[in-house]
Design a protein. Structure first.
Length: 563
């Protein structure tokens, strides 16, 4: 389904569109596109572009195409295409019947190249890649013209046709635009627009042995689709003159306009597709859908919601200059969204056995617990209570520090939705000295009620019944990198991987209601954070991913800024 636009944001791109609409440019049409290359899974940076392009189309009652810019067969695959389609749809957007591929236009793009040759604006160059690079010049020195720059139109046409026919080896020739080797913009110094590449294409197989360069295919694909605004990130700013030159030479009438905005840079994260591919291929992570990855599929598996991602993209807005966004803002958006929708449940991550000595041995009570304390419409659930429980190991301390309001010698604590219990004694492991069992007593008059004598019980802890609880595996995910800006550290970004980004706990217990929880279901485990049922779950043994903790560092930052 298409995202419903509930407000009309403003930014410099929308200001440009508003001005164009005032003059009826493009006959009042607004047409955008999201054009990923299918050589990897899309990530949170792409999600920002998805929200921007589809959001603008929705705001102005226009259209947004999904186009796969598949001009380089090396590394492209249907797996990536399918993942992109799935992820954009999951984010909440729909392109109707406007799914396109640059490979749809290969024949038209070839004919466009022939037109450039015929008009004297392109030539076949026989320099190899190193020679082209050497003759390109520098930022302070002009480039040198190729010795093949002045081949005749007839010779260029013949050689280009033979390139297509497969008569030449890879790298033997290229087709270059004839622009200006002295241009201050190096991009305009006779860029390559076609190359020979004997690599099977995932859609066209071996039909083609020459492929258009991205800069040539992208702008013409925009024009062929009637795109009015080609919205891209700042790294393409230097390529805009080439974009305009190509469409200016080949397209009459309405032409697309390229507008650049700042890409998303996220703290403790890398968003370079090349680096993400390295993480996957070298097994630093467990695939594109690893919940530590910033890919949309990874965030979905971790338990992020499309609503939270769209809210995050709306909050960071659209800027003209690059900056580093605090990942805490993304986590804040996820936390706020899950706070409203996630039912509550109890889970013990690191269990400590508790025996309530004065509770009847064979008795089991059912406590009615709210699924959401602020949303009564979410109903209630029954949680069993018995003589033997599990609590968090951290909820007991032999020598409690100051301000510790949980269980310890001589202390009482309230069990969530149940009774007040008091510590009596403990059982130690004879070999290690570790506490392995607590013995407590309970006050039967405190079932969801304060002590009758008015004494204060400051601490509340969660628990599960040892007899009825369900064993579970819980995966505690943390940030993948341990420095704020791993993307600025050159090729050594791998050195900054966080060795503690994943902690797998295999002896956890959850309340019996979660025994057959469906993959993708999200819960707030009381006092612990938000968790999502992983796809690895099997019947009777659920697996949970921690989505985010309850602690909200962004809310604290935002609060201090307001004050």
């Amino acid at each position: 389904m298409t995202q419903v636009i509930t407000s009309n944001p403003t930014d410099f791109i929308r200001d440009i569109i508003d001005d164009d609409l005032q003059t009826n440019k493009n006959d009042g049409r607004v047409a955008t596109r999201f054009p990923p290359e299918p050589n990897g899974y899309i990530h949170i940076g792409h999600a920002k572009s998805v929200c921007l392009n589809f959001g603008i189309a929705g705001q102005y009652q226009g259209t947004c195409n999904l186009r796969l810019d598949d001009t380089d067969p090396l590394g492209e695959s249907m797996e990536y295409v399918e993942s992109i389609i799935r992820d954009v749809r999951w984010l909440g957007f729909d392109w109707s019947d406007r799914l396109f591929y640059a490979s749809d236009y290969f024949e038209k793009l070839y004919q466009f190249a022939v037109e450039l040759i015929k008009s004297g604006n392109a030539y076949v160059c026989s320099l190899n890649a190193d020679e082209v690079r050497e003759q390109r010049g520098t930022f302070t020195e002009p480039g040198k013209e190729s010795p093949y720059r002045n081949r005749s139109v007839e010779e260029n046409l013949d050689m280009f046709q033979r390139m297509r026919a497969g008569e030449f080896a890879d790298g033997a020739h290229t087709l270059r635009a004839k622009i200006d080797m002295a241009s201050p913009n190096i991009v305009m110094r006779d860029p390559v627009i076609y190359r020979i590449k004997r690599e099977p294409h995932y859609r066209t197989a071996t039909k083609w042995v020459i492929y258009p360069m991205y800069d040539f295919a992208h702008c013409l694909s925009d024009a062929l689709e009637g795109i009015t605004y080609s919205i891209c990130t700042l790294e393409f700013e230097n390529n805009r003159p080439l974009y305009d030159w190509i469409v200016g030479k080949l397209i009459t009438g309405s032409r697309p306009r390229q507008i650049e905005f700042a890409r998303l840079n996220l703290s403790y994260t890398v968003l370079s597709k090349r680096r993400l591919i390295e993480l996957v291929k070298k097994d630093y992570v467990q695939g594109w859908d690893d919940p530590r990855m910033p890919t949309v599929t990874g965030m979905r598996r971790r338990g992020y919601t499309p609503e939270a991602i769209r809210k995050f993209c709306a909050q960071i807005g659209v800027a003209k200059n690059d900056n580093l966004i605090d990942v805490a803002l993304l986590e804040h958006c996820v936390r706020e969204d899950l706070n409203d929708r996630a039912p509550r449940a109890m889970c013990v991550l690191r269990p400590l056995r508790v025996v309530i000595d004065n509770y009847p041995e064979n008795q089991v009570e059912q406590f009615e617990c709210a699924n959401h304390p602020q949303n009564p419409e979410m109903g209630t659930r029954e949680v069993p209570f018995s003589r033997v429980l599990y609590i968090e190991r951290d909820d007991f301390h032999e020598n409690p520090p100051k301000k510790y309001h949980r269980l310890g010698p001589g202390r009482e604590v309230r069990l969530r939705n149940a009774y007040v219990i008091k510590f009596e004694n403990m059982v130690l492991d004879e070999r290690t000295g570790e506490v392995v069992e607590l013995h407590c007593t309970y006050d039967p008059q405190t079932r969801n009620a304060p002590p009758a004598d008015g004494r204060k019980v400051p601490g509340v802890i969660h628990w599960v019944s040892a007899q009825q609880c369900v064993p579970a595996e819980v995966r505690l995910y943390d940030r993948l990198f341990n420095i704020e800006d791993p993307g600025s550290e050159g090729e050594e970004f791998i050195d900054h991987l966080n060795p503690n980004s994943l902690d797998i706990l295999t002896t956890c217990y959850v309340e019996t209601n979660l025994k057959n929880a469906e993959p993708g279901s999200q819960y707030q485990f009381e006092r612990l954070g938000y968790f999502c049922v992983d796809m690895d779950t099997v019947a009777g043994k659920p697996v949970f991913n921690r989505v985010v903790q309850l602690r909200d560092s962004w809310a604290k930052i935002a609060g201090s800024e307001k004050n």
